[in-house]
Every structure is written in C-alpha cells, then in structure tokens.
Design a protein around this ligand. Structure first.
Ligand code: HEM
Ligand SMILES: *[C@@H]1O[C@H](CO)[C@@H](O)[C@H](O)[C@H]1NC(C)=O
Ligand SMILES: *[C@@H]1O[C@H](CO)[C@@H](O)[C@H](O)[C@H]1NC(C)=O
Ligand SMILES: *[C@@H]1O[C@H](CO)[C@@H](O)[C@H](O)[C@H]1NC(C)=O
Ligand SMILES: *[C@@H]1O[C@H](CO)[C@@H](O)[C@H](O)[C@H]1NC(C)=O
Length: 338
C-alpha cells in the first residue's frame, strides 16, 4: 500500500507539471444545468487529467474498483443529490438518528472510499480547497468505466459542491431495494427526474460487479413465502446460484458476479442475461414486465445504442440535486464536513 502510494505520487507529480501547463487556457462552456464543462479550467486546470490518471492507475491494479465507483456515484446522487454525502463518516454514534448514509442497510459492498481519499489528497496538494468531492466521484466514475475504451464514454459537467448532511434514513427512503417491482422502480427513478429508458440503461450498470448472496437468497429458496425459487428466474441458473449460495450459508461475505463470466467487463452482456431470465435481482427481472422496457433491452444489446444512452442517462443522473454556486462547501477531507 505504502510503496504503491509513493510510486503513484512520483508519476503523478511528473504529470502535474506537464498537464498543468498544457491545460491553461481552455475555457468552460455552460450546460443546461448550473454545472459547466471544465468548471476548473481556470482554478485548477490539471484537475480532470489528474483524476483520470489516478483512476486509471488504480483500476489497472484493482479492476473491481470500477463497479465500486459506479455504485457509489449512483448511491450518492439518489440520496440528497450528487453532493458526496455518501462519503461522510459518522461523527456521533450515540443514536441511530445520527447514522450516516454509509451505515444504512443498502450500504453493503459500497467501496472505493480509500481511493477517493487518495484522489482528494492529490488534488489538495495541487490546488487546495478547489475541487469538490462530489466532482471527484463523478469524474472518477466516468474514467473508471471509460478506461478500457480509451475514450471518455460520457461528459461530466462539473462545479458540484459538497453537502453537509448525510443520514441513513435518507438512504433507506431514496435507494430502490432489489426486490422492488417495476411500478415502484419507475416511481423511484421518476422522483429523480429519470424515465423508463434511463432506468433500463442505468440498470445496465449491473454488467459489472458483484452481489452478496444474502441480497437475493429469497429468490432462490423462499420467493414470496412459497418455499420455492422465483418462477421468473431461469431454473437451471437458479440451481447454479444455489450451489454458490447455499440456503444455510453463514458466510455473509460470499458474493457472486451479477453478469456471470463478464463481471469485470463493461459491455452489453447484462441485457442478454436479463432476456434469458438470468437477471440476478427482482429489479433486473421485472424490466421484462413492460413492452417498452423490453424494446429498450433489445436495442441495448447493440453496444453503440447502449453506450450512447448509458452516457446520456449518467449525465442526467450526475445532475440530480446538485449544489452549485455558494451552496454547500468544498470539503478538505471527503469524510468530514469542514
Ligand atoms: C434499478 C435499481 C437498482 C437496484 C435495486 C440496485 C440494487 C443493487 C444491489 C442490491 C446490489 C448488490 C449489493 C450487494 O452486494 O449485495 C447492486 C450492485 C451494484 N449496482 Fe445496483 N441497483 C440499482 C441500480 C443501479 C444503478 C443505476 C447503477 C449505476 C449506474 C448500479 C450499479 C451497481 C454496481 C456497479 C454494482 C456492483 C457493485 C460492486 O461490485 O461493488 N445499480 N445494486
Ligand atoms: C462510529 O462508528 C464507526 C463504525 O463502527 C467508526 O469507524 C467510527 O470511528 C465511529 N465514530 C466515532 C466518532 O465514534
Ligand atoms: C451497513 O449498515 C448496517 C446497518 O444497516 C451496519 O450494521 C453496517 O456496519 C454497515 N456497513 C458498513 C460497511 O458501513
Ligand atoms: C408494486 O409494489 C408496490 C409496493 O412497493 C405495491 O403496492 C404494488 O401493488 C405493486 N405493483 C404490482 C403491479 O405488483
Ligand atoms: C467478512 O469480511 C470481514 C471484513 O472484510 C471480515 O472481518 C470477516 O471475518 C469476514 N467474515 C467471514 C465469515 O469470512
């Protein structure tokens, strides 16, 4: 860990010098929302390239980081808007009323916090108190997914500021659980200004990453209290999952790939999986309940269609409830309100 940090540090400092110079003079353009493309062009011209660099280095060493960042960004944006509230550590553990988002039930497998700390530390040395934690999460997520493509898969307008509130109760109220039906998922997304196509495209995020067995055990053994598997789950796949996740498992850490044999690869394979009734969660399976959603799934099996819409939907998601201007603050430490 230590030696990796200092090696990265040396490489990065070289990078800073070159790119801080190269990037001077680029100008920001205004987008529909209050966010701007290249918001830090004047105040910290190297910010985006540094985030990209440190993200690439870390994803190369640790491929599971891409999924962790993508899920972190989703959880951040759905709770209090994209304001890095998901990063805040508890400051008072005395009552459940003051539990932060991280301590809420849906937090499981949230990861990547150490990486965000590392990126923030780098930016604080180059331009102190300029780049928000919320922008770091949004940019690093884009870069972590884009890494394997060698191009930016979507635009990330910046200028988000960091929030001061993080409550577990807000996470529970705003994050859709994996057992939601389509009606409830649509409502949850439309509450955030996202439509059915966004829901289908963004669910494609499940093309990477893992889930804990206990998250979907009910679909395997006792769906709706029937004592049987969920009939909408392909039976032979249910058997495969049962082998990985025995009913009697006591290992709370056991995980399975959400998109089997393709879980490190950001691709269209999730949609093939869902069409074969092998979506892992109820929330994946129910996308087949609506003809318009099915049509979208079929379109998204084509990578051009999927990447284009995923990018659009990520831009929309990245704009949910953002704090801009003089709202919020630029945190010094992403885990603590200043
Ligand atoms: C549609 C509603 C959604 C539901 C119900 C849902 C639910 C879940 C659940 C339960 C897990 C696994 C947690 C565990 O480890 O047990 C998970 C993982 C994940 N989700 Fe979602 N999710 C949804 C939408 C999204 C969206 C919009 C994105 C991003 C665009 C996303 C990205 C991910 C990723 C990348 C993982 C894997 C994380 C890792 O490997 O560390 N999900 N999701
Ligand atoms: C609160 O609990 C968390 C998790 O157990 C711990 O990491 C943190 O240090 C605690 N904070 C305080 C202020 O006690
Ligand atoms: C997740 O939330 C639960 C409470 O629902 C808590 O017991 C657990 O420690 C949290 N996990 C992490 C990694 O913070
Ligand atoms: C969907 O779930 C909600 C509860 O979350 C329930 O009230 C509703 O009846 C369900 N709708 C369908 C179509 O099953
Ligand atoms: C689960 O993971 C935690 C943290 O990584 C570890 O402390 C614990 O021993 C693991 N539990 C099992 C049953 O492997």
């Amino acid at each position: 860990m230590e030696s990796r940090g200092s090696r990265n540090g040396d490489l990065i400092m070289g990078f800073v010098v070159v790119f801080a110079v190269l990037l001077m003079g680029s100008t920001g353009s205004v987008t529909a929302s209050d966010l701007k493309i290249d918001f830090y062009a004047q105040t910290c011209p190297a910010a985006e390239v540094l985030i990209k660099y440190i993200t690439y280095v870390n994803v190369l060493e640790n491929p599971s980081l891409s999924a962790k960042l993508l899920r972190m960004h989703f959880h951040d944006c759905f709770v209090e808007g994209c304001d890095a509230s998901v990063l805040l550590d508890p400051v008072d553990n005395s009552t459940t009323a003051t539990q932060v988002e991280k301590q809420a039930r849906p937090n499981l497998t949230l990861g990547g916090f150490d990486f965000i700390d590392q990126a923030k530390q780098l930016l604080e040395t180059v331009c102190p108190r300029i780049v928000s934690c919320a922008d770091i999460v949004a940019l690093a997520t884009r870069d972590a997914i884009s890494y394997k493509f060698g191009r930016e898969m979507w635009q990330v307008p910046t200028g988000r500021r960091d929030g001061k509130v993080s409550l577990a109760s807000n996470a529970i109220a705003n994050l859709p659980p994996p057992f939601f039906n389509l009606t409830a998922l649509r409502q949850s997304f439309s509450d955030k200004g996202l439509n059915l196509i966004d829901l289908v495209a963004l669910s494609g995020g499940h093309t990477i990453g893992v889930s804990h067995c206990k998250t979907f055990l009910n679909r395997l053994y006792n769906f709706g209290g029937t004592g049987k598997a969920d009939p909408t789950l392909e039976p032979s796949y249910a058997d495969v999952l049962k082998k990985s996740c025995p009913a009697t498992t006591t290992d709370n850490n056991k995980t399975v790939e959400m998109d089997p044999s393709s879980s490190f690869s950001f691709d269209t394979h999730y949609f093939t999986t869902v069409l074969k009734k092998k979506g892992l969660f109820t929330s994946d399976a129910v996308l087949l309940d609506d003809p318009a959603a099915v049509a979208a799934i079929e379109r998204f099996r084509d990578s051009d269609n999927f990447y284009k819409q995923f990018g659009k939907s990520m831009e929309k998601m990245g704009g949910i409830g953002v704090l801009t201007g003089t709202d919020g603050q630029i945190r010094r430490n992403c885990r603590l309100v200043n």
